[in-house]
Ligand binder design. Sequence first.
Ligand code: C6P
Length: 416
Amino acid sequence: MTMLEPCQTSYDLAARRAEFPILHQQVHGRPLVYLDNAATSQKPQAVIDCLQHYYSQDNANVHRGVHCLSERATAAYEAARDRVRAFIHADRREEIVFVRGTTEAINLVAQSYLRPRLQPDDEILISTLEHHSNIVPWQILCRQTGARLRVIEISDAGEIDQASFQRLLGPRTKLLAVGHVSNALGTINPVAEMIEQAHTQGVPVLVDGAQAVPHLAVDVQQLDADFYAFSGHKVYGPTGIGVLYAKQALLEAMEPYQGGGDMISKVTFEHTDYNQLPYRFEAGTPNIAGAIGLAAALDYVDAIGLAAIAAHEQQLLEYGSDALQRVPGLRLIGTARQKAGILSFVMEQAHPHDISTVLDQFGVAIRAGHHCTMPLMQRLGLPATARASLALYNGPDDIDALVAGLQQVCRLFGDR
Ligand code: C6P
């Protein structure tokens, strides 16, 4: 197979890579090629420095102390909330709830918003593409309330079947919960149109934005999303921090599902008055450093610009799709017209886990498995896929290294 020409771009890839210290190492004697960004992305020096500064200069609990460190920590934590608000274009800081990640955000909506509003035979609508984090919380809720989970079909290319959506959206639907970008296939779903459609029937919408926020500019007001969830660690921030955006009127009408410190304004043994928004939903000491680190990550992304990042990644996605399709026996899984950041594939010669093991010997990190989308894999008739997922520091040379590793898979497991 001939190597492809690197794609032409004015994007300063070398500068970007220089900002990520972890990338500058060898794995099994080869330069690390990190293509597992959908699982978690690497952290730029700016985020690492921010965390180090926080822990070495400002660390204290928030909203509690009147001493200097506590005031500094509180100011930085609340500034992080403002940063997130601006990043996703929310109207108000009260609409930004810090959580552990996308999973916790969805569970919060399930238990605090939807549970008290569900009757037996009500319906929750999701799609076949969903991550387990956008399936299981609704299943738990269905078991708790007698409601039913309805699932929108997809095409073989991995696009949501809009006719199926129209059919299933009805008077019993109490929530539509849909991913913005599929983690397993990379499909960008037409969430704005789906939200508009759902709203015509008075159905609120939760968008799982875990795989969208690192790749697309998100404007929650333009989308008119009722709830939007994402994780810090996929957008170059720390693990253990994430965001639930929710329209203020919805948050106002919700009961907290976790009780404890910080979410109260007054407690007696008889009664508790809850704190104002958004603290009502942030029980216990939050991940202060995580929130501050997330703000640094969003600053970093904004400084480069999501438009530039998206253009670079799209070019790379095309380059990667072309290159992979030339590998004998390889089939791309997920060929939607609108995609972001994901190259999922299977090979006739080898199981995805074997592919991943061989690639690791080449220093190439990908993910193999069901990607926490077992029902989707079942729909596609596959036990697993191999998945290369892109970030702003990947380049054509990373794809070339991936392809070189796959050629070794062909040699080891036999060409067709
Ligand atoms: N997907 C992947 O390798 P947490 O774990 O809460 O940060 O994110 C969960 C989650 C929810 N929705 C989508 C679309 C996701 O992709 C993920 C995380 C990772 O694809 C780990 S399974």
